[in-house]
Write a protein that binds this ligand. Structure first.
Ligand SMILES: NC(=O)c1ccc[n+]([C@@H]2O[C@H](COP(=O)([O-])OP(=O)(O)OC[C@H]3O[C@@H](n4cnc5c(N)ncnc54)[C@H](OP(=O)(O)O)[C@@H]3O)[C@@H](O)[C@H]2O)c1
Length: 399
């Protein structure tokens, strides 16, 4: 039925490729293209032998011209961008030039300014519309499934949603004193940034990790949660009409936070280049090089993640609460696709978004966030593709 060009060969790309191969009726052919060809080849070697045909290629996705040449050669229906957020715009440019659909899991961020915003990608709306192609932005878990959950709550349970709390808990233990579960550079940039939440039409800024609560998560137990800014706050504030407050919370262990504080205090998380032995290096990139590669955490990580959204609002004139979440087991993910749950919970929704687009179910010209599509087919696919969800109608709220 279709062909997908997967850009990137890291933790998330590996899950996307595995899951595409589980749906050969939709993904007849995939190409895995990334900066390091050997990683693409290693992935192909693991996956070859099934019905989906696999090709590999080397590409520098910072260079639109290279991506255009690759698209013209492979002629995919969709480009699934699971490289890094810095590549979003060059890849979108290549999709425009070749009239190819586009999907990603993280919004664009300039390398020298850790400030992720949708404005750069939303600016492509008219151009994508005119070209008759569809871009699905932020189709991982958060952002991604959290937006689908919001659209589902809006469609089925609320006349008006007043508050959304997005709760991302990882109770996985990889046995290292300090490691990040996905790309360390992106992860640390996110966590060390100022916090922000949406309230009454504007964003309120906090110091990094200033606001802390405790929440008792289903299947995981009590965890400290910290308020962070996360990119879906920006799109949900626009797309969930009438919402008054949206907050994003993430769990961090005390050990993670202590290490992070020390690394920050000694300057290792800085993105300002420094001179070292006659060479310019970026401390955060050097730190990435010495930390465990997230792709190697899979076999070591035990425990579960729980990511979901708690909504409050009104239905038929009455106040209503609703909690919808997924629990994912690191070791089960590893057994199925050789990756831990963080990559799994991102890669599965990316495959589902691409599948729905190829099938014509989620396809309209323009640039969209996931909550702008019908959530029902996506919610069905989550249950079928390894990320089943649970509902509670009287959850404890985050105060
Ligand atoms: N929405 C969500 O829920 C969610 C959650 C987690 C992660 N994410 C996003 O998912 C994406 C992938 O994360 P990950 O953990 O898989 O990261 P990763 O393991 O670091 O993989 C990134 C891949 O992109 C490749 N790459 C980097 N720059 C490139 C370039 N210029 N041209 C071609 N390929 C390039 C890397 O190549 P090398 O191997 O040569 O370095 C690597 O294979 C990131 O954007 C991350 O922010 C989203």
């Amino acid at each position: 039925m279709g062909r997908a060009l997967i850009i990137g060969a890291g933790g998330v790309a590996s899950v996307v490729a595995h899951k595409c191969c589980q749906h050969p009726e939709v993904f007849e052919e995939i190409m895995i293209a990334s900066r390091t060809l050997s990683k693409c080849e290693a992935l192909k070697n693991k996956l070859d032998g099934g019905k989906t045909k696999i090709q590999v290629a080397q590409v520098d996705a910072d260079n639109s011209g290279e991506v255009i040449a690759l698209i013209n050669k492979f002629k995919p229906d969709i480009v699934i961008n699971v490289a890094l957020p810095y590549q979003d715009l060059p890849i979108m440019d290549a999709c425009l030039a070749t009239k190819t659909h586009y999907l990603d899991t993280a919004n664009y961020e300039p390398k020298d300014n850790p400030k992720f915003e949708y404005k750069w990608q939303w600016a492509y709306k008219d151009k994508f519309k005119e070209a008759g192609i569809c871009a699905i932005l932020g189709c991982g878990f958060d952002p991604g499934v959290t937006g689908v959950f919001s659209a589902y709550a809006q469609k089925h349970y609320f006349d008006e949603i007043h508050t959304i709390d997005i709760l991302d808990a990882n109770a996985g233990d990889h046995g290292y004193p300090f490691a990040t579960n996905f790309n360390p550079e992106i992860n640390i940039r996110e966590v060390t940034a100022k916090g922000r939440y949406y309230e009454n039409g504007k964003f309120v800024e906090t110091e990094p990790l200033e606001i802390k609560r405790e929440y008792d998560f289903p299947q995981i137990g009590k965890k400290n949660i910290y308020l962070l800014y996360h990119e879906e706050l920006e799109s949900l504030a626009v797309n969930i009409k009438g919402v008054k407050r949206i907050r994003f919370w993430m769990t961090f262990s005390d050990s993670y936070l202590t290490h992070l504080r020390v690394l920050q205090n000694v300057g290792m998380t800085s993105i300002e280049p420094i001179e070292f032995e006659g060479k310019k290096i970026v401390p955060l990139q050097f730190l990435k090089a010495v930390l465990p590669d997230p792709a190697t955490l899979g076999p070591r990580t035990k425990g579960k993640t729980n990511i979901g959204c708690i909504f409050t609002g009104i239905k038929d004139g009455k106040e209503r609460k609703y909690y919808v979440y997924n629990v994912c087991d690191h070791q089960e993910c590893y057994r199925e696709v050789g990756s831990q749950a963080i990559s799994y919970t991102t890669g599965v929704p990316a495959m589902i978004g691409a599948k729905l687009l190829i099938q014509g179910i989620w396809k309209k010209p323009g640039v969209y966030n996931v909550e702008e599509f019908d959530p029902d087919p996506f919610m069905d696919e989550l249950n079928k593709c390894g990320l089943p969800w649970h509902e509670e109608f009287n959850p404890v709220l985050v105060d």
